[in-house]
Each structure stands twice: as C-alpha cells, then as structure tokens.
Design a protein around this ligand. Sequence first.
Ligand code: IPE
Ligand code: IPE
Ligand code: MG
Length: 251
Amino acid sequence: MHNSSQNGLHVAIIMDGNGRWATRRGLPRVAGHRAGVATVRDVIEHAPELGIRRLTLYAFSSDNWNRPAPEVQSIFWLMRAYLRLETDRLRQRGARLQAIGRRDRIPAALLREIEKAEFATADCKLLDVRVAVDYSSRDSITRTVSALKETVSGSVAESPDFFRGVLTKVLTAESGNVDLLIRTGGEKRLSDFLLWESAYAELYFTERMWPDFGAIDLEAAVSEFSERQRRFGGLPNPASQPTASTTEGAR
Ligand code: IPE
Ligand code: IPE
Ligand code: MG
C-alpha cells in the first residue's frame, strides 16, 4: 500500500503537453488531444490499485478560451465523444464522474453529456473522477467569496476565521485537499488549478507529454509521493509515513 489512510489519496493532474506531442510528430494539435484521451482511460483504470480514491483532472482551463476557436471546439467535441463512449465503462469500474468549473459557457450538447454521466455514475464508490472543464481556481474562490458576502453581515463578517472556515468547507467540498499534484509536459506551474486545495499538496513535475504518460508513470509518481515527508507546518515525526490529508489536516 502506498498510503496509510483509509480514505485514499487525492491526486490532481494537469494533463499538459498534447499540442507539443502532436507538433513533434508533424500532426495537428488536435491529434494530441485525441491521443490524450487514451491516457485518461489508462489512468482512471489504474488509479484505484495505486491507493487513489479521488482523481481531479484538468481538462480545459478558463484561460484556454484564448486558443483558436477550432481547437477549443475540437476539445469539447472529444470530451463529448469520450463521455458518450465511456460512461458505461466508468460505471462498471465504480468510477463516479463529476465536472467542476463553470457550466454556463460550454456547449449545451457537452453539458448534457456531462449531466448524463454524472447521473449514471452517481452511486459509484471506488473512485471519484473530477474533470475540471472551463475551470479557474481564482474564479472559483472569487465566486465563493462573493456568494458569502450576500449571506453574512454584522460582526461575523469581520472575522477572518469565519471566512477561512467557510472557504475551506466550500472549496474543499468541491474537490477536496490535494495530496499529490502531477503536471506532465515539463512546465513547472499551476496555471490556475486548485490553488486553495493544493496548499500542502506534494508537487510532481514530469517531462513526459500527456499522451505518453501511463500507468507506470502514475505509479512512479505515487511511489515518489510515498517517500516524501509531509509536515503541514509541524515538526517531522520520525515514524511518519505520508498520509492522505484529512479535511482539517492540510488547511
Ligand atoms: C493540454 O495540452 C490540454 C489542454 C490545455 C486542453 P496543451 O494543448 O496545452 O499542449 P501543449 O502544452 O501546447 O503541448
Ligand atoms: C493548463 O495547461 C490547462 C490544462 C492542462 C487543461 P496550459 O497549457 O493551458 O497552461 P499554460 O498556458 O502552459 O500555463
Ligand atoms: Mg499546455
């Protein structure tokens, strides 16, 4: 076992490098996105046996709207096709799918497919798969704060502890504290992904482009994670093994 928590690990992945993978092969960028879908399948299939209980995959950032429209449309089309083809398989594997991010700007046909998959897999318990689509962490924090502002007044609104408590509850309810954050494609940045939730995440960067990433690489990342010593600002415990963060542990 790679972790000692009953809850299992929350692994978040920035699936980067599709475009470069394709360009290096003289292919259009969309071929890289298509090849990347196979990696998604592979990773979801092998996650449970590595002790992963929750997987959050960055599929399309809100800043990705800045790309040329045909690329954006192809990405949405591929997501829709993936969901149509894979929902039954997700269900059979006990994977519950949920989307995080904005739902008001993506194509209606994709939204319908997402909702169908969420409904069909709602009672699956082996693995939570959260797909971040039109996702921005800053945006998600900003919206949470502005929704809060409407509902609180008086002295409680002056208390930073109150806000911290509510923000933790709301933001981690959406995707939970991240134990291990993986980014493929060689860049070493977060690109507005799970900023709050990754406060104590272990970071793992690999040069491997997303279409070339696979179960073996995931296992290598989890294995490196299991060697890391997590302290959460405290002092090292000589007997400690890395554990999945609990709701409060990694604030
Ligand atoms: C990640 O791959 C997938 C999305 C952002 C949708 P990229 O498309 O960013 O690939 P590179 O970084 O250009 O190689
Ligand atoms: C981050 O990758 C978003 C996804 C992987 C979905 P980008 O390729 O968009 O990030 P930057 O532009 O290199 O920071
Ligand atoms: Mg990229």
